[in-house]
Structures are given as C-alpha cells and as structure tokens.
Design a protein around this ligand. Structure first.
Ligand code: ACO
Length: 355
C-alpha cells in the first residue's frame, strides 16, 4: 500500500481587494459590524473565472513539487462555482496547465469540497490506481452574491489553492479522514435561482442569491467540525496534544475560536487568515495550508488537523501527516493577467442588476 505524500502547494488570490468600507458604500453595513461578527476585514473579487484561479494555483503547486504537468494522472477540482458545468471546469484546468495525460473531474461538496476531493485522490493513490494528482479548491463565490443583501454580501470572497499528491513509501499525507452529510437540513444553506429545479417554464428567473440561517449554520458548523475532529483523532489513535496545527474552514472567526476552545488548542496552533479573504468556500483550506507553510507554522513531520463544514450540509475532518520538505522546489511565480479595476469597480455593475 502506498501513501499519498503532499509534495506541492500553491495558491492564487485575485488582486482586487474589497474592504468592509467599500461594501458599506453599496449596502447598509459597517466595518465595525462585519469585523465584530465575522472577523473579516476585506476579501478579493476576481476579474477572471474559476478555472483561471484554479489553473494558476495548480501551476504554482506543480512548480513547488518540481513536477511537469504531463506526469499528472488526475486533476480533481473542488468547486461550487464552476466556470462551466458542461464541459466540466476541471477539463479547462487540465488544458490550461498542460496535464494532457490526466483524468479531470469536478467535485461539489461546497465548503467541504477540498477535503472530500483530497480523500478521493488519496484513496486512488493508496490503492495504486494512480501515482500523481493535483487537488484544487477554487471558487468565484462573489459571482453568486446579491449585492443588495447585506447579510451575504459581506461574507464571501474569491480565490484558489492547490496541492500535488505523489505516491510514496513514507507514511505521510492524508492518514485518517471522516466525511459526512446531514441532508435533512440541506435547505438552511443554499443558492437560489441556479440549477434545473428553477421552474423557468412558468416564471422568469431572478438573480442568484446565497441564502442561509446564519445562527443555525453557526451552531452546526461548530458541532459538526468538532465532532468530526474527535472521530478522526480516534481513528488515527492520536490525542489532541499530538496535533501541531489546525487548519479550519474560514467562514467566521467566531466559529474558528469556538472550535479552538472546544479542542483546547493554543493560538499559535490555529491557522487563521479570514480577515484577508472572507469565506472562499472550497478554497479556504488549501489557501490556509499554503499560508501556514509560508509562515513557518508547519514544520517537517507536523501533525495537521483540518476541518470543514458547508452546504449539503456536508462536513469533513482530516488528519494529515506532513512530509520532510516545507519549502518549494521552485518558488511560485504564476499570476493572473493583471486588472486595472478595484474591487468596488468590479462589483458596481453587478450590484445594479440585483433585486
Ligand atoms: N451589516 C449590518 N447588520 C447586519 C448585517 C450586516 N452585514 N447582516 C445582518 N445584520 C443585522 C441583521 O439584520 C440583524 O438585525 P436585527 O437584529 O435588527 O434584526 C442583526 O444584524 C443580527 O443578525 P444575525 O443574522 O442574527 O447576526 P449573527 O450574529 O448571527 O451574525 C452571521 C450573522 C455572521 C452570518 C453568523 O450567523 C454566521 O457566521 N453564521 C455562520 C456562517 C454562515 O452562515 N456562513 C454562510 C454560509 S457558508 C458556510 O459557512 C458554511
């Protein structure tokens, strides 16, 4: 049985920033409300579609691993904001990065999508079906936002992160995982006016909109992620004090703090970057993983716990044993084509079309 070592990591954050002050010019909100309730100070607005964010993160991850895209067997893209549904977005990524020998598939488990995809690709490597995979979390969540609704407009952002997995004899990579879905409550977090359940034959279709029962989602996220972490610790036969770094989904700073307090982890063991990017759904964990490495939070052989919660209601927790290398073989240099527009300029037109 092989292991699936993580040998590359990369990210892509679009350049345009949208601060809390900017949003307060579009809807009735304030920097004070947003930072106090969510911990978010700004988010990125993408001027390109999800596949470009994903491809750029993937190319950085491949350089980090020192691999040629042609050596990749699988491109797995976790997203709930695809550039195109048919053809799938992963096929565009496969073409852009030049991974012409790879299978290409999208995975949708909303904010839990990256951990679901990591589990899937790891299983394929561990059973010997494939040798190398790129797993990406990429989202353009602001495409769905109704900029007239302050409750959702302040929460989301765009971005991508990716990892490269390679078959290895070294016991490393994803070693224990638990995924699940509480579907009876799937309606408390959803996007409306998108999908074939919209009755376009009898009524005009309105703009898309992210709807959620914030307080309910909050409670379930804390309980779901903490419970999944406990399950994974038991599966891996580890204790909490064995965990060096927690990389949680970044939906709300208060959710992260509640999980940290339940798991009794010190501040320097928890990766937090929500203040800069907001909730980028499936992309939060791979972006946070990259930044934890950049900041030196992850040391060789570190024990990493990651947990996510999202629409479905999906949830996941994963124990990752890091390998020996914590620096890229080739430094990341891939960037998006530049844009001269600010975040506020990018959303201004979109906000006029919302009702
Ligand atoms: N600016 C100012 N006031 C606001 C804003 C805003 N952006 N949004 C809501 N309010 C007002 C409400 O209208 C309400 O006013 P009222 O008391 O006069 O009725 C008041 O603030 C409190 O609203 P709540 O929704 O009860 O605020 P809460 O403290 O629960 O915070 C939040 C809302 C941040 C969404 C929180 O519930 C949360 O983080 N939930 C979990 C995360 C989540 O749902 N994320 C979206 C889904 S994606 C995912 O995380 C998996």
């Amino acid at each position: 049985m092989f292991y699936a070592n993580i040998t590359g990591w990369g990210k892509c954050l679009p350049p345009a920033r949208l601060t809390n002050h900017d949003i307060s010019q579009v809807v009735d909100t304030s920097d004070d409300w947003i930072t106090t309730r969510t911990g978010i100070r700004e988010r990125r607005i993408s001027h390109v579609s999800t596949d470009m964010l994903a491809s750029t993160a993937a190319m950085n991850a491949l350089d980090c691993a020192g691999l040629d895209a042609k050596d990749i067997d699988l491109v797995l893209l976790a997203t709930c904001s695809p550039s195109t549904l048919v053809a799938n977005t992963a096929s565009q990524v496969q073409q852009t990065i030049g991974a012409k020998n790879a299978a290409a598939c999208d995975v949708n488990a909303a904010c839990s999508g990256f951990l679901y995809a990591l589990q899937n690709a790891t299983a394929q490597i561990r059973t010997g079906m494939i040798k190398r995979a790129v797993v990406i979390g990429a989202e353009r969540m602001t495409w769905y936002v109704n900029w007239q609704r302050r409750d959702s407009a302040v929460l989301f952002g765009d971005g991508a992160g990716a990892v490269v997995l390679e078959a290895s004899d070294e016991p490393s990579g994803l070693l224990a995982t638990k995924t699940g879905c509480d579907s009876e409550d799937r309606d408390i977090l959803h996007i409306r006016n998108f999908g074939t359940n919209v009755d376009k034959y009898n009524a005009p279709v309105g703009p898309s909109d992210i709807l959620f029962e914030g307080r309910e989602v909050f409670k379930r996220a804390v309980n779901g992620m903490t419970g999944a972490c406990d399950d994974v610790l038991a599966q891996a036969q580890l204790k909490l004090e064995d965990i060096n770094v927690l990389i949680p989904h970044q939906a709300n700073l208060r959710i992260i703090q509640a999980i940290q307090s339940k798991l009794k982890l010190p501040d320097d063991a928890v990766m937090v970057n929500i203040e800069n990017y907001g909730n980028t759904s499936a992309a939060t964990i791979p972006i946070a993983l990259c930044e934890a490495l950049e900041q030196g939070l992850i040391k060789p052989k570190a024990n990493i716990m990651s947990a996510a919660f999202g629409a479905g209601l999906t949830w996941a927790a994963s124990y990752i044993k890091w390998g020996s290398r914590v620096t890229p073989i080739i430094q990341p240099s891939h960037q998006l084509t530049p844009s001269d527009k600010s975040g506020l300029e990018l959303i201004t037109n979109a906000s006029k079309h919302c009702i």
